[in-house]
Design a protein around this ligand. Structure first.
Ligand code: HEM
Length: 471
């Protein structure tokens, strides 16, 4: 059962990741439908909005993206280190355990067992399981590192190994695992040492760093691997890549508080997070500039290979999301209008569904023929790209436009105080009206979302077809 065949762990991780992508985006579509028909399935508690939403987010983040990342690292790192993966058996065992953890995560969340902290919803026994999975992946890859036959470490190695070290730390902090905790009974009841305002700050330290120091840094590591492979040219500047690595390592950790502007935390902490958020433009620029210069004269690859198509657009989404974050969401007067609106949901999807998902697709299209000896069908790959991209554009436009409408309507409020009677009256458009105004945007999001979901099931079928053809 635990194969030691070369690259078998990588292949299984990638295939499992795509299966979780299909399941979790389908749940996302059910959640989107509930925005239009809130009563739909309403009486079945485990299918209610509050249960399905974290099943969707945990599924896409820890099932799809994280498993795709580990699958890609199991292939890429041994090649860059000039050796073989230390243990395929351990890699395959990790893959089974990872799948079991995600499945248990989905079941427990559906049952309402939830720590009540965004992106740290999994109950504490599963937190321990996640920590254990990171130990297994680290063990396998660091043992591979020690057996390396190269001296000079390529940029991707820095990005990936650093992410493997700091992600468990970030996860442990976010889930209150590093400090003595008080067990208060039950699976979801653990009292962390943080409470109130401090807990909010720690939550967004965790929430933003799991994006910045796992999804971003491993994603960028994959881009740096694929770029010379796909373009057939060496990377434009190794030094610039390393400057990007060290600046992201230093800058990212300070940015979490920008999620809580005008919140209950200290103002100075918000200002620090704004300054560092804007500084993030430096590492982003190093990636985009290196990408641009390396691909010079090779842009026609976009029309030739699915992996190039997804990589080019993925880096473009990355650039856009990293402009949007520091220049809109993290700026006080703008956040004042857009916070709590669909603009932010659009931003989250642009990063995770746009940038990092596209980078993973590029990696899968590049690696799949090398893992299985079979290409994914050209027509299926084209369908996958265009259906996902069209769906994504509709999805994004609906969220951004809807977010602007919500923000504008909500800010259009005045408070009139009659000082004679001390009575205050709030005038403006009633909140319920703003909910009604969102309906066309929710329909659009559903339409774009369904196109994306359909494209992923079609993609999974294409991968399975090519795998069967090998057998
Ligand atoms: C790889 C693909 C995807 C990823 C990584 C992803 C990720 C996320 C994340 C991180 C959130 C939380 C956003 C926030 O709180 O600001 C979210 C919420 C949501 N997602 Fe997705 N998503 C994906 C695909 C989809 C698809 C295809 C749909 C289908 C329509 C969808 C529908 C939703 C809905 C309805 C919410 C709740 C929004 C809210 O509460 O206002 N997602 N998703």
């Amino acid at each position: 059962m635990l194969s030691d065949k070369k690259d078998s762990a990588s292949e299984r991780f990638l295939l499992s990741a795509v299966a979780w992508l299909c399941l979790s985006t389908s749940i996302g579509a059910m959640v989107a439908l509930k925005f239009l028909f809130p009563e739909w399935l309403g009486s079945i508690s485990w299918l209610s909005f509050g249960r399905l939403r974290p099943v969707h987010t945990n599924g896409v983040l820890f099932g799809w993206l994280s498993m795709a990342y580990v699958g890609a690292m199991f292939y890429i790192l041994p090649r860059l280190l000039g050796t073989e993966l230390w243990s395929q058996r351990l890699g395959n065992l990790t893959c089974w355990l990872w799948n079991a953890t995600i499945l248990l995560g989905a079941l427990t969340l559906a049952l309402g067992l939830n720590q009540g902290v965004e992106y740290a919803e999994l109950i504490w026994p599963l937190d321990l399981a996640v920590a254990g999975l990171f130990v297994l992946v680290n063990w396998n890859l660091w043992a591979t590192f020690l057996a390396r036959s190269v001296d000079r470490l390529y940029i991707s190695i820095w990005y990936m190994f650093a992410s493997l070290l700091w992600t468990p730390l970030v996860y442990a902090i976010g889930n209150g695992m590093l400090f003595p905790v008080t067990y208060t009974g039950g699976l979801a009841s653990i009292a962390t040492p943080y409470s109130g305002v401090n807990h909010a700050a720690v939550n967004w330290f965790y929430g933003h760093n799991v994006i910045g120091l796992w999804f971003t840094t491993v994603g960028v590591g994959i881009v740096y691997y694929l770029l010379p492979k796909i373009s057939g040219k060496p990377i434009h500047s190794h030094r610039l890549g390393m400057i990007g690595f060290w600046t992201i390592a230093f800058v990212y950790v300070w940015t979490g508080q920008h999620h809580l502007l005008y919140g209950p935390g200290p103002d100075w902490l918000e200002t620090v997070s704004i300054v560092f958020s804007i500084s993030l433009l430096i590492p982003v620029w190093t990636v985009v500039y290196n990408f641009w210069r390396t691909l010079e004269g090779r842009w026609s690859l976009f029309f030739e290979q699915p992996s190039a198509k997804f990589l080019i657009l993925g880096v473009w989404w990355y650039f856009l999301t990293c402009l949007q974050g520091p220049l809109t969401n993290a700026i006080r007067p703008i956040s004042k209008v857009l916070h709590f609106t669909n603009w932010v949901v659009g931003h989250a999807h642009l990063a995770l569904l746009g940038a990092f998902t596209y980078i993973c697709f590029s990696a899968i299209y590049y690696l799949w023929p090398r893992l299985t000896g079979r290409e994914v069908g050209a027509a299926a790959a084209k369908r996958h790209f265009w259906l996902t991209t069209l769906g994504l554009i509709i999805f994004m436009v609906s969220l951004w436009a809807g977010g602007l409408v919500q923000g504008t309507v909500w800010s259009y409020k005045t408070v009139d105080v009659d000082f004679a009677t001390d009575q205050a009256a709030i005038t403006g458009i009633p909140f319920l009206k703003s909910v009604e105004m969102m309906l066309p945007y929710y329909w659009l999001r559903l339409a774009g979302g369904l196109m994306i979901v359909l494209a992923q099931w079609d993609f999974l079928a294409a991968l399975l077809r090519s795998r069967r053809a090998r057998a």
